[in-house]
Design a protein around this ligand. Structure first.
Ligand SMILES: C[C@H]1O[C@@H](n2cnc3c(N)ncnc32)[C@H](O)[C@@H]1O
Ligand SMILES: Cc1ncc(COP(=O)(O)O)c(N)n1
Ligand code: MET
Ligand code: SF4
Ligand SMILES: [Zn+2]
Length: 433
């Protein structure tokens, strides 16, 4: 039974109890929201060692770190170090997006070592294998694709990105309307290429029930992919993007009816003044399904700093109701991320999520900031470092720029505002400065 079917039957699962504990909300609320489909708990029955995590309405905003090999960098060991780095930095979920080397080995190693939910995009492996075995991606068969989905589900993948909304009709609309960057989704590009070359409809759309049957058996959560997301500000919120979202909304209904948990993926490159509208439209078209956004990146011109462009968009999106932020690292648009990029990406994304949680009334969010403010006022450096979102970085700065034992910091030195005011205003009031 899936979490969704259990919730609908009124059965509180161990995963629901754990999510309720972690979120500090009553388990009845989790049960009600899982039953309604506005919260998902991606938890494959075969993922041993998973600490269940809830994503959706009213819960802490979650963040995902993308990992995985590419053709140029195919070392599993490197990706396992990135996994450790992402977990230590506070990622709530990870995705294995490998396309190079031993794909089965990499995925299995990541699942075995990950306490957080693991996602994949099965069309990647299907495409890589079609090229190896049949000479080209377009020679992939629908059965090849479903065999990969079944294998990854059996391995314990908790959520899968499936670009079911890339249909012939929408590709036609995209071509007629014209775009600057056409299709930037990797999975979307594989499917569109396959469909146009073979003159056939998307098998993930055509055989959606076959997909649901697999997800039902393992309790894989569907992450309905945005194969037609905009790849630049100029293409944002266009007809193709919105029509795909309409289709994804219909598929959410079908997934729920079948007892399969579903969330929906969103953009991408979006100007700041369209971010909230994108979230609102997703929420209405998809009947409150959790929204999983890539960024959004609010400008196209900052390669090397796209963790920042994405954090700006992510904060606004989460404030408007997005539930799950996919990190973007400083190496986006430039190359496969390094270990340092993974850390920077996770922290930037967590800052965006927390900034939104502060104003969404998420339990515990304001208390964290208040504790930091009190530690700052008390010039309690140990507490400030421990409360920091990235304690390692905070400690390094404190040590680098202050002689040991300094009470204030070298920003103001002898003229520390906190110290001066404490003398005249605070409990430690003394004679004179
Ligand atoms: C959809 C998102 O996935 C990222 N992405 C794609 N493949 C990988 C990988 N192997 N490792 C990390 N990130 C990846 C892209 O950079 C994009 O931001
Ligand atoms: C939020 C989000 N969106 C999309 C993808 C898949 O990537 P792609 O569509 O490029 O295959 C992803 N992993 N996460
Ligand atoms: C397929 S990797 C590139 C993804 C691209 N940066 C995007 O915006 O979606
Ligand atoms: S990130 Fe690089 S490889 Fe991926 S679509 Fe953009 S240019 Fe191509
Ligand atoms: Zn991009």
């Amino acid at each position: 039974m899936t979490q969704l079917l259990a919730a609908r039957a009124g059965e509180v699962t161990a995963a629901m109890r754990r999510v309720a504990d972690r979120e500090r909300v009553p388990v009845e609320e989790i049960l009600r929201k899982v039953a309604a489909g506005t919260v998902v708990i991606p938890a494959n029955k075969n993922h041993v060692g998973l600490d269940p995590c809830g994503i959706g309405e009213g819960l802490r905003t979650k963040i995902n770190a993308n990992l995985g090999t590419s053709t140029a960098f195919a070392s599993i060991e490197d990706e396992l170090v990135k996994l450790e780095t992402a977990l230590k930095a506070g990622a709530d979920a990870v995705m294995d997006l490998s396309t190079g080397g031993d794909l089965d080995g990499c995925r299995r190693a990541i699942i075995a070592r990950s306490s957080v939910p693991v996602g994949t995009v099965p069309i990647y492996q299907a495409a890589v294998e079609a090229r190896e075995k049949r000479g080209s991606i377009v020679k992939m068969t629908a059965d090849d694709l479903f065999a990969v989905i079944e294998k990854q589900a059996a391995d314990g993948v908790d959520f899968m990105t499936v670009h079911c909304g890339v249909t012939m009709e929408i590709i036609g609309r995209l071509q007629r309307q014209g775009r600057v960057t056409d299709i930037v989704s990797r999975g979307g590009s594989f499917l569109a290429g396959w469909m146009l070359h073979n003159g056939r409809e998307n098998p993930l759309y055509e055989q959606f029930d076959r997909l649901l049957e697999i997800c039902l058996r393992y309790d894989v959560t569907l992450s309905l992919g945005d194969g037609l997301r905009p790849g630049c500000l100029a293409d944002a919120t266009d007809r193709a993007q919105i029509q795909e979202l309409i289709v994804l909304g219909e598929l959410v209904d079908r997934a729920r009816a079948a007892g399969v948990q579903a969330m929906v993926e969103g953009p991408g490159h979006v100007p700041l003044d369209q971010v909230a509208a994108n979230v609102q439209v997703q929420k209405t078209l998809c009947n409150g399904a959790p929204f999983y956004v890539l960024g959004p990146l609010v400008t196209d011109v900052a390669p090397g700093y796209d963790h920042i462009t994405a954090a700006i968009g992510g904060a606004v999106a989460a404030m408007a109701g997005a539930d799950f932020l996919c990190y973007v690292t400083p190496s986006e648009h430039l190359g496969l991320p390094t270990i340092d990029d993974v850390k920077e990406g996770v922290v930037a994304s967590r800052i965006a999520a927390h900034a939104a949680d502060l104003v969404k009334g998420v339990p515990g969010a304001r208390e964290w900031d208040l504790a930091m403010a009190r530690a700052r006022k008390a010039l309690d450096w140990e507490a400030q470092i421990n409360l920091a979102i990235d304690p390692e970085k905070a400690r390094a700065y404190r040590e680098k720029r202050n002689p040991a034992g300094t009470r204030a910091c070298t920003m103001c030195g002898d003229f520390c505002a906190m110290e001066i005011v404490a003398r005249y205003l605070g409990a430690e009031r003394v004679e004179e400065c």
